[in-house]
Design a protein around this ligand. Sequence first.
Ligand code: PMP
Ligand code: GLU
Length: 400
Amino acid sequence: MESKSLATARRMRALEPSATLAMAARASAMTASGIDVIDLSVGEPDFPTPAHICRAAEEAIRAGKTKYTPAAGIPQLKKAVADDYSRRTGLAITPAQVVVSNGAKHSLHNVFTAVLDEGDEVIVPTPYWVSYAELIKLAGAKPVLLETRIEDDFKLHADALRAAVTPKTRMLLLCSPSNPTGVVYTAAELGALADVAIERDLAVVADEIYDQLVFDGRPSVSFPTLRPGLADRTVVVAGVSKTYSMTGWRIGWTIAPEPLSKAIGNLQSQETSNPCSVSQHAAVAALTGPQECVAEMLRAFEKRRDLVAGRLKAMSGVRIPEIGGAFYAFFDIREPLKRMAGKGIATSMQWSETLLEKHHVALVAGSAFGAEGFVRMSFAASEEKLSAGLDRIAAFLDAG
Ligand code: PMP
Ligand code: GLU
């Protein structure tokens, strides 16, 4: 008889793998087999990590900074994060409020584990980034998906939030600039949500990993700055992955009130110990070194946004919201899907699988983000690649 000794735990049975990473893996397997795939699936800047940051890592290795560090991060990095955030927002943050983790994904996991109890509800506006719902479930809590519409630029309105709050609601999750929609909330819109959070005593997790990727010269707004006292109920999550093109270095962080930061640090001390020592030194160089690289990458992303938004808008039946930041175009294919239904392409998953198989462009189906009828394109790729990818998408749509 087959042993059930290693059957997975109940919590694993409901766990979906990351759809974005799965699609990227599929695209690279096709590329490895010799197919010319244009991979616009994963959200990863295509620029090399700036040279001065790499040099700092090399120096750290040479200086023997290759041992355990304090679990919550080296003091220099916690200070660099606190100083950088305080300077940009005007809030006085101390290093003790910062916990450095193995990427912002890990930071999110830490927050949910440290704050949520079994049965707590977390309001997650859809479309939402793939990992939120799964990480909330792993913590034993319940993601409550709250739909937003393209007609409202995928923004959650205060009234809809208020109506969705139940006695079990513990937390609101916000992501602006948004993955997957690229939409950026205004200060007034976030302020209205903040009022509801205060009125209903909600914790807020503000995923601000794209905070430096805001287009058209608009200011970046950090959630806790919007109302007095908001910082006492908010955890800001951010990191170096997107801003400095450092996805592989795995450095993210939380900024939270001190008692919670202490709890998160304790959790991490048992869970993973410190994030990579060399990466932490590289992150110090990223935050304290020259910032021209950030402005340069922002300009490149803005140009790509113009290219992608312009081309997509011109495609028959395709709609996109106003892309104010990050590097994603989340477009509406409900019209094209109606035309293609006769060919057995009725869902965003079938649409993106056919696009990959027949036209060799990898995107991610909207269903992975809780929004059927849409697809996400990452424009963290060269203009040349984007143009070629858009040509193929247009050919697919025309054939439908
Ligand atoms: N939040 C959002 C919205 C993201 O798009 C990502 C990208 N992976 C993350 C968090 C996690 O980033 P990382 O773990 O690479 O720091
Ligand atoms: N955030 C990126 C994305 O959404 C990276 C992939 C991931 O971490 O899931 O594509």
